[in-house]
Write a protein that binds this ligand. Structure first.
Ligand SMILES: [Zn+2]
Length: 286
């Protein structure tokens, strides 16, 4: 830093605008710039590179991805994986449709499904899944009847696995003796296991409904683990809370009836309390 005196007034001032001067403010600016460059570089690395891999979630109904799988989805996003979620059924069999009809909302099965789809989409977006990775197959199957369409369920899963050949698959647990999981969930889980056994699926993680977790834990050979690892971070907790809120959002004029939140109240309560997903990795030995 150089002190310069005005020969007329005798006033002294710092000549900080000179190139040789290194003012603390300049140091701060330099550090800010360095951080920006580093951040841009790191972001560029993540965006510029291929993702670490792809995962495919198959959800039997609108709400399973939040009630059962959210912890896995968040873990996969943490791990830099590209997450896709496929809805297997139309979700049209819920008893809430009848309740809504009695309240004056005379929804067709299609309109009811569409309302549930909006809840599903908003919940997944809240969790961080890109809109374009949320799949509603045209040939999805009738809710509550999946066990009667076991072959079609398998074909639907196979179609998506072939679209993403190296994807790791996550879905509901298969049928285990003594555990009373939802029949539709079990059908999807069984289809995934069958595709694993045939070599179509290379990596399979199965999620357990939180309300039957203890039953699964008592089955020999199944090691139930919790996700996300080390619990939720603050931002993730907010994301899960927003996802749950998507199922309670009411705006009938725009097709929102809070269907998910009305259908299985005790389940939502449990998930809000535990804020954990439970799963095990299937390796063909169980
Ligand atoms: Zn379900």
């Amino acid at each position: 830093m150089k002190i310069v005196m005005n020969p007329k007034t005798g006033e002294k001032r710092n000549e900080c605008h000179k190139r040789s001067c290194f003012h603390p403010r300049s140091l701060f600016s330099f550090l800010c710039l360095a951080i920006l460059v580093l951040t841009a570089f790191q972001t560029g690395c993540v965006k510029g590179q291929e993702k670490q891999g792809t995962v495919l979630y198959f959800s039997a109904h609108q709400d399973d991805e939040t009630l059962e799988d959210f912890g896995g989805i968040l873990q996969d996003l943490r791990d830099g994986l590209e997450v896709h979620v496929v809805l297997v059924s139309d979700g049209g069999a819920s008893k809430v449709r009848k309740a809504l009809q009695e309240e004056g909302h005379d929804l067709s099965r299609e309109a009811f499904s569409a309302a549930r789809d909006s809840e599903f989409r908003d919940a997944l977006i809240a969790l961080g899944v890109p809109d374009e990775n949320i799949h509603f197959p045209e040939n999805r199957l009738p809710d509550a009847e999946l066990s009667e369409y076991a072959e079609e369920v398998r074909a639907l899963l196979q179609y998506y696995v072939e679209q993403y050949p190296d994807a790791m698959v996550r879905t509901h647990a298969y049928e285990v003796e003594g555990v009373s999981s939802h029949k539709d969930h079990v059908t999807v889980g069984n289809a995934a296991v069958s595709l694993y056994e045939s070599g179509t699926i290379k990596s399979l993680r199965l999620f357990v409904e939180p309300w039957v977790r203890e039953d699964f834990e008592s089955v020999t050979g199944i090691e139930v683990k919790k996700l996300p690892e080390k619990g939720l971070r603050n931002s993730e907790r907010a994301a899960v809370s927003n996802a749950m809120d998507a199922y309670a959002f009411l705006d009938p004029e725009h097709g929102r009836y809070g269907i998910g939140a009305r259908s299985v109240k005790s389940y939502w309560k449990q998930v809000r309390k535990e804020m954990t997903s439970y799963c095990f990795d299937y390796d063909g030995s169980k």
